[in-house]
Design a protein around this ligand. Sequence first.
Ligand code: URA
Ligand code: CA
Length: 430
Amino acid sequence: MRMVDIIEKKRDGQQLTKEEIRFVVDGYTNDTLPDYQMSAFLMAVYFQGMTAEETAELTLAMLDSGDQIDLANIHGIKVDKHSTGGVGDTTTLVLAPLVAAVGVPVAKMSGRGLGHTGGTLDKLESVPGFHVEITEEQFIELVNRNQVAVIGQSGNLTPADKKMYSLRDVTATVNSIPLIASSIMSKKMASGADAIVLDVKVGAGAFMKNIDDARKLADAMVEIGNQVGRNTLAVISDMNQPLGFAIGNALEVKEAIATLQGNGPDDLQELCLVLGSKMVLLAEKAKTEEEARTMLLQTMKDGTALSKFKEFLAAQGGDASVIDDMTKLPTAKYQIPVPAPSNGYVSEIIADEVGTAAMLLGAGRATKESTIDLSVGVVLHKKVGDAVNKDEPIATIHSNAENVEEVTKRIIDAYTFTDQQPEKKPIIYQ
Ligand code: URA
Ligand code: CA
């Protein structure tokens, strides 16, 4: 088989065979195919797309490129959740204890990654003592005992995806539905999930800018999941503004605590209830989505969701008393309000811009080696549809540096104001 023939075939819009797809993925993983041929191949896929069969085969080839986590010793149906990325997405912090509180086993493998804020791991590490350096045996034992544990990414999972994603990043081929779908689904499958709930974000702050593309990506991932025997559902949710109010590591932990008590931001609570209900349903802990939602709301009301979070933090060395005394979480030296530049209504908040503002404060990593400041970030006070008066605070900057001129400007620029009250956008589209 010759790579040049496969590139040509895809360039001309023909369907590749299983053997051809395996040849590409295996060759690239073990360094027998050069970056320039892989780049050309990815660009051909970008323009020509892939059929459902090709996409499923690509996913399986990436899955087989490395190790897979075996969660067979965990009792029950392991349901994982994946979001296609957003700004201030606190859902995992809320969902893990929330669904565990109704008996869904949550065996979360989590990485640090690059972004506006740290990953779920970094956020959890703002709780003093909390750590994810546990053995696989301890991890499995904890999930069986408490229904929830988080372990740092270990082993050699989907090396094909790591290499391909890095190359896509620098060849303008990230935004391809079959490439995104196979990248996400291969990782979810490698980390051992029996069933998967996908949160596909749509809007200015997401990969998918419009509902049609979001639907195509959701359909592609659901189809892969179901073809390979992992029960998969997708929700399409809004990313036309940041989710919730908090963007920052410890700030998001505080927001998650409030949400587990039923006092969180409306959009974050609603998204967690919708995603959580689907997880409960796939784990067969409820018969209908309504029943699942009632169970989850009950755990928020009666305190069991919050107790589950405490139990989970303590089991991994964390100081669970932060939940009753949030001043024990890392706190930035300065809290600086951002004044509204005019009267009116908020009509848009560009999520990426707010994310970059948080990153400039030190909440996220620019390179793998960067250290992050867990205490800093941005808390929004006004969201789309809210009325504002000139000079009223639209957000608060949490910073360890006194000079926040650039960050302030970014936040103000992220907001658009209008005279007429705009319609509130739904958080869930489908
Ligand atoms: N997230 C992933 O993991 N992969 C992609 O290709 C895009 C988003
Ligand atoms: Ca948030």
